[in-house]
Design a protein around this ligand. Sequence first.
Ligand SMILES: CC(C)(COP(=O)(O)OP(=O)(O)OC[C@H]1O[C@@H](n2cnc3c(N)ncnc32)[C@H](O)[C@@H]1OP(=O)(O)O)[C@@H](O)C(=O)NCCC(=O)NCCS
Length: 186
Amino acid sequence: MIETKRLILRPFRESDAADMLEYLHAPEENCFACMKLAGLEEAAAEARKRAGDELYLAIVRKDTGKVIGEIFAHPEATDPDNEVMDTYSPCWMLSKDGQGKGYAYEAAYAFFDHLFRERGARRIYAYTEDHNLRSRRLCEKLGMRREGLFMEFVSFVRDPDGDPIYENTMQYAILRKEWEKGAGMD
Ligand SMILES: CC(C)(COP(=O)(O)OP(=O)(O)OC[C@H]1O[C@@H](n2cnc3c(N)ncnc32)[C@H](O)[C@@H]1OP(=O)(O)O)[C@@H](O)C(=O)NCCC(=O)NCCS
């Protein structure tokens, strides 16, 4: 569990299903289309699947106890033998109500700090679509460097004719040594 001034980040529980459904019944961004939940039963099954995963975290407001979103990342190998797992690529998402209040930065800052200090992260990178200005802004506030723009890098959904809709993807990243120098601090 990670605690910040206004938030608790903790693994999911089956009882989070209704709150999850609120922000996952119609994900705002195409990259989360595959996570769309149709109803409460599906949300409960998804919550059960996530439960126990220490790096798949519900973002919970301390004052209301409500799950307002999620943040997660899992270690990736950086060597050919898959022995060094020191790279992480987080995803973040808040409910409509949770946005614009600084909660994403508060959660992501604490999560990055946890990955760098407690989980041996050496590098954290994030992909975000070029039109996703709020996510890009969040990366920048976290002290991440813009590393590149990949044109028509990926497709998450198709248009009405069945053709793939391609996204231009930006990559941002930060290294532990940059974090330790204070990058990303408010
Ligand atoms: C991306 C996303 C998580 C960003 O959330 P957010 O709420 O905009 O991000 P922040 O936590 O940085 O807060 C935004 C604003 O709240 C404001 N704010 C209001 N009250 C605040 C407070 N008490 N403390 C701090 N900031 C506060 C800040 O000024 C900040 O604006 P600024 O960045 O211009 O300074 C959110 O837009 C989202 O869930 N989008 C849909 C899913 C998505 O796109 N995920 C990423 C896919 S790559």
